[in-house]
Every structure is written in structure tokens, then in C-alpha cells.
Design a protein around this ligand. Structure first.
Ligand code: ADP
Length: 263
């Protein structure tokens, strides 16, 4: 995976690539709401693995994810998923078949069962009707919701609802999975389970996980993207980042110093 670092920040970090084909490529990507730039000139390349997308509140993580999820158009630069451009109509159609997305706010069909919510998501992503049942069971098992499969979705707790959103995003086994704060409101036991799930999915797919929790990113991410000051402050492996810290400082603390602009 490769990325740019904001000029002058962490200049010692070199660009590296790890094996596999590129799944997500951003080139000089920029976005603004009205006249206000959220970020500009963001460039990185991702391959399979778990990618921690970090930044303080307002850094632009959700905005970047919505562009990659083909819900917003970039204002400048280019974003390619699986070689398809998010600004092209046919590109977006192709991307969506291979993309899973957990938005920050999960909308469920409250009067349908948990099972049916996931079945609908799987079908909508093109899973063959004969395989939908297996796909749903696999996804519910993965997020630990099999025991509430027949419950109406409106009865779920906030954390369970979040996990239902993840099940809907993974049922079709996407090549690129975008998770916007997947562990927000999830209890510690399920959080560990979700970390293991991300690691497992990351063996074959690209899993981009936005979080403002440095410890979480240090635990699960193979690669880090840290947003700050309207751009990308760091893109690279946790090992590369730890080389920039004080000797003995753990990765999570280095992430915090970069997010805070102290490095
Ligand atoms: P993060 O996910 O890192 O917290 P966001 O992408 O949600 O950051 O927001 C980035 C910036 O864009 C923030 O300053 C936020 O206030 C602003 N923003 C987000 N959504 C909108 C919107 N719909 N209209 C105008 N500004 C927005």
C-alpha cells in the first residue's frame, strides 16, 4: 500500500507497497462542502488487509468513506475502486456489486426480522436467490447475531443494530469493505469479536475501518491512513509509524501524537 504524507509532516516516512493488486486508489482527491475544503490532494493506494482510517472528529473520515462508497462525487482528483472510477455511472454500478459499506448511522427495516434484513441486503448486492440463506447465516454467525435472527430488527440494542449493519455489509463477501466506526456502542466482548472478523476478512479483501480510537487501530490495522489539517498526515504501516515515535513509544501513542499534530 502506498500513500502521500502531508508536506513537511513526517518527511522521514517512505512510500512502501505490500503485495497484492490495488483495490482502492485515490489520486489528489479533494472535497469541499460549499466553499469550505474538507480535504485536498489526498493520494493513497490500498491492497488487501485491514486499513485503519484515523483522524480527530471533523477530519474528513466519513466524507472520504462516502466518496469511496460512491455516495458523493469528489470535487477534484480521482478515486478508483477495483479499477473503476467513482465518477462514472457504469463504474459506480460495477463498484457497488463488490462493495460493502457500513454507514455511521445504520438504517434497518424495523418491522422485518434480523434474518430478513440481511437477506434483503444480500439479494440487493446480487447474491443468487438459492444462496441467500447460506449467505445470511454466515454473516449473522460472523457478527454473533444468530440467536436473534428471528427477532424484529426494531427490538435490537444500539450495539446489536450496529452488528446487523455489518452483517448486511458483508453478506455478499465484498472485495472492498468500508466500515464507518463499526465498534461505536458495541460492548467490549463483541468489539474483540469484530476485530477478529476484520482480520479474517482482511486476508482476502480490503477492509477500511474508520475510528478515532488509536488503540483500536493499533490492534487491528495492517496499514494506517491518518487525516489531519485538510489532508493525509500519514499513510503507511504501523511499523513505519512507530519508527517515527520516541524509542519505546507504542504505536497507539504515536498515532495519537500524529492525530493531535504534535508530530
Ligand atoms: P469525520 O468523519 O472525520 O468526523 P466528517 O467527514 O464527518 O469528519 O466531516 C468533515 C468536515 O465536514 C467537518 O468539519 C464537518 O462539519 C463538515 N461536514 C460534514 N458533513 C457536512 C455537510 N453535509 N455539510 C457541510 N459540512 C459538512
Amino acid at each position: 500500500m502506498r500513500g502521500n504524507n502531508t508536506e513537511g509532516i513526517l518527511p522521514e516516512i517512505r512510500d512502501v507497497a505490500i503485495g497484492g493488486d490495488a483495490t482502492v486508489e485515490c489520486r489528489n482527491l479533494g472535497f469541499r462542502y460549499g466553499r469550505r475544503d474538507v480535504f485536498s490532494d489526498v493520494s493513497f493506494t490500498l491492497m488487501s488487509g485491514v486499513v485503519g482510517l484515523l483522524g480527530a472528529n471533523g477530519a474528513g473520515k466519513t466524507t472520504l468513506l462516502t466518496i469511496l462508497a460512491t455516495l458523493r462525487m469528489p470535487k477534484s482528483g480521482q478515486a478508483l475502486l477495483l479499477g473503476e472510477d467513482v465518477t462514472s455511472v457504469t463504474g459506480r454500478q460495477r463498484i457497488r456489486r463488490s462493495l460493502g459499506y457500513l454507514p455511521q448511522t445504520v438504517e434497518v427495516m424495523g418491522s422485518s426480522t434480523v434474518f430478513d434484513n440481511v437477506a434483503y441486503a444480500a439479494w440487493a448486492h446480487g447474491v443468487d436467490f438459492s444462496e441467500v440463506g447460506c449467505a445470511v447465516e454466515r454473516a449473522l454467525e460472523a457478527v454473533g447475531l444468530m440467536d436473534v435472527a428471528t427477532l424484529r430488527a426494531r427490538k435490537l440494542s444500539g450495539g446489536q443494530r450496529r452488528r446487523l449493519g455489518i452483517a448486511c455489509a458483508i453478506a455478499h463477501q465484498p472485495r472492498v469493505l468500508l466500515l464507518d466506526e463499526p465498534t461505536a456502542g458495541v460492548d467490549p466482548l463483541q468489539r474483540v469479536r469484530l476485530h477478529q472478523l476484520m482480520t479474517l476478512i482482511g486476508k482476502k479483501s480490503t477492509v477500511v475501518v474508520s475510528t478515532h480510537l488509536a488503540d483500536e487501530a493499533a490492534r487491528v490495522a495492517d496499514y494506517l491512513l491518518i487525516m489531519r489539517d485538510g489532508g493525509l498526515a500519514f499513510a503507511g504501516s504501523p511499523q513505519m509509524l512507530s519508527e517515527c515515535g520516541m524509542p519505546g513509544m507504542d504505536v497507539a501513542r504515536v498515532i495519537e501524537t500524529v492525530m493531535a499534530g504534535e508530530r
